[in-house]
Design a protein around this ligand. Structure first.
Ligand SMILES: [Zn+2]
Length: 608
């Protein structure tokens, strides 16, 4: 059966987004071509330890390595945090990408052409257009970039970047570009490269005077320094262009419009380069502009991000929440910067992020500060950032706003709505207490101003993940059975005849999946099987040690299953006995339970 997202198991993390089909065959070929030791080893060094390899776990902080990669099983497992799975799972978790992207990445790595069959003609069309637009953006980025590096017209842009401390090495690293002062040079280049007028129109790189189809197109970006905007897998999906003319009438920045590739408010500038550092620091410094971000990054302050546009959207906050818990807003200290910060706060708080405010000296931005005083000075400011509510209190005190009742009342009205958005109830109460004490206003009156949160909420995270996690962390019997099922075809065949294994719910589903898969003894289970498993199931499988030679695996499996069934019956009998112990139980109930116990005892005897 080809892999298709709607038929996948419950997916509380929402990592499996639909993108048409990737056939089971493709998944298998990709996994076969990518040895897990090579893949993991390409991200960080692995040390050999007996038959497996070891490293410090990339998924949790630790001092001694408990992260293991098992080449014979083609799986990884961390004994510290329980992370685990196959090579595709590793790429998904490490790169924070979805399943199809992980498959595509590894396909690229192994030079395997991917055939993705779209599931409906409509999907196919959409998918086809997306691919063309990605190719078009890559071409345009390259063209802008060459213009910046080599063209004569690009001199002003080069000078501008140099004046901001960005040399040609940095321009290459970020693939910065230059859009010349021309209405059609880019469009002619794209037509030469066989992109159709319709594709050029849909890319957003061109505009027209009116909306009629077939209206004359011209370049949207003219005489601007070009910043390519990447999605979080590093593909160029849009551009932001900064003007080189000091004309107050011209917009300082022009961005791509919404296109099939680019939704404003869903993309964070720089994320594809900074995400490792975000995860490591568990915090993101939010800069206002692209140049601020690049300067900070190049000066060694790498956990940075810039929203596209001025304020954070809920989508961007949600995206950021995948990487960090704390957000440090680092906007200009002028009125516009303050406003942008204020507008960002609700979206960030509503996603459960902790918000801190970095106070820049008047007239400075991260770029100017780093160039004048060095990255250490900037980092010191970042470290002294105050939590959002404390920052507001401190500012109000400093400005003398709190000296009269009207000022206090204004501050309460300003802080109460964002306070209502703080997700953690304990934290919210603590903040409320702090504000109340500092202002001398009763908690009740602050609560009175706290409106119900206005921000849209996601449906609550589905609990099954946690439940399954717990259930799968199970008994010795289940572990043994898991090892046997992986190691022996005979065991898998026998287990199929035992189906349904209803009494082993919820692990039965996992056993069924393994039992019905087809792979040789002691070989890693097929990647297509792994693709069918939930994260919890994959973690369970990869946590199983490799089985040393067992005399008769089938016999062992039979006795293990028998043992598990017996223990289950014993457990149920125990439960019933404790209920009978309740003296308030009516006689009828008691007799019913006694009969149930008798039945269970007979079934136990049958097992012997
Ligand atoms: Zn770990």
């Amino acid at each position: 059966m080809p892999w298709k997202s709607p038929s996948r198991p419950a997916d509380p993390q929402g990592i499996f987004r639909p993108v048409g089909f990737i056939s089971e065959e493709s998944i298998q070929r990709v996994a076969d071509a990518n040895d897990i030791v090579d893949v993991v080893g390409s991200y960080f060094p692995l040390k050999r330890a007996g038959t497996s390899f070891r490293a410090l776990c990339p998924f949790h902080r630790e001092k001694s390595p408990s992260f293991h990669v098992n080449p014979s099983r083609q799986s990884f497992h961390c004994f510290g945090c329980g992370a685990g799975g196959g090579v595709l799972r590793f790429v998904m978790d490490y790169e924070h990408v979805d399943f199809p992207t992980a498959v595509r990445r590894l396909a690229q790595r192994a030079n395997i052409p991917m055939v993705e069959e779209a599931s409906t003609p409509e999907d196919e069309k959409k998918h086809g257009l997306r691919k063309r637009l990605l190719a078009l953006h890559a071409e345009a980025a390259q063209w802008f970039h060459q213009n910046l590096l080599k063209s004569q017209d690009g001199a002003a842009a080069r000078d501008y970047l140099k004046s901001r401390g960005l040399n040609s090495e940095i321009a290459k690293g970020w693939k910065l570009g230059y859009a010349p002062e021309s209405w059609d040079a880019l469009l002619n280049h794209l037509r030469d490269r066989k992109f159709s007028p319709e594709e050029i129109d849909k890319s957003g790189l061109a505009s027209s005077k009116d909306d009629r189809p077939g209206a004359q197109l011209y370049s949207r970006f003219r005489n601007r320094v070009m910043f390519p905007i990447h999605n979080d897998y590093g593909e160029v999906v849009a551009f932001s262009g900064r003007t080189l003319v000091a004309d107050p009438k011209a917009a300082k920045y022009v961005n791509s419009p919404e296109t099939p590739l680019f939704t404003k408010g869903r993309v964070l500038y720089g994320l594809e380069k900074t995400k490792r550092d975000l995860i490591e620091k568990n915090a993101a410094i939010v800069c206002e502009g692209q140049i601020d971000l690049i300067s900070a990054f190049e000066a060694g302050v790498r956990h940075v991000i810039a929203p596209q546009g001025t304020a954070f959207t809920t989508d961007q906050a949600r995206l950021l929440k995948r990487y960090v818990e704390t957000v440090l807003l680092c906007f200009d200290s002028d009125a516009a910067g303050k406003k942008a910060a204020e507008r960002s706060v609700p979206a960030l708080l509503s996603q459960g992020l902790t918000v801190k405010i970095v106070s820049l000296p008047t007239g400075e931005d991260p770029d100017s500060l780093i160039r004048k005083q060095g990255p250490e000075a900037f980092l010191r400011l970042v470290e002294s950032a105050k939590e959002y509510f404390d920052h507001n209190l401190a500012e109000a005190i400093a400005s003398g706003e709190l000296e009269d009742t009207a000022g206090k009342s204004r501050l309460v009205r300003r802080l109460a709505p964002p306070l209502a958005l703080v997700q953690d109830a304990v934290l919210r109460e603590a903040l409320l207490g702090r504000i109340s004490t500092r202002l001398g206003v009763s908690p009740a009156s602050i609560r009175g101003v706290m409106k119900a949160p206005q921000i849209e909420r996601d449906s609550p995270e589905a609990p099954p993940q946690a439940a399954l996690e717990e259930a799968i962390s199970l008994t010795e019997g289940m572990k043994m059975l898991g090892q046997l099922v992986l190691a022996s075809t005979d065991v898998r065949e026998w287990l199929r005849t035992q189906s349904p294994l209803a009494e082993f719910e919820p692990q039965a589903a996992l056993l069924d999946k393994i039992a019905s898969a087809d792979f040789p003894d002691h070989a890693p289970p097929h990647a297509s099987l792994m693709a069918e498993l939930s994260g919890a199931e994959e973690r369970f499988l990869s946590s199983l040690g490799t089985l040393r030679a067992v005399q008769d695996p089938l016999q062992r499996a039979k006795s293990t299953v028998q043992g598990m069934r017996r223990r289950q019956l014993e457990q149920r009998i125990e439960d019933l006995k404790s209920r009978i112990g309740d003296s308030s139980l009516p006689m009828e109930e008691r007799q019913k339970i006694q009969k149930q116990i008798l039945d269970l005892k007979i079934r136990m005897a049958d097992l012997r």
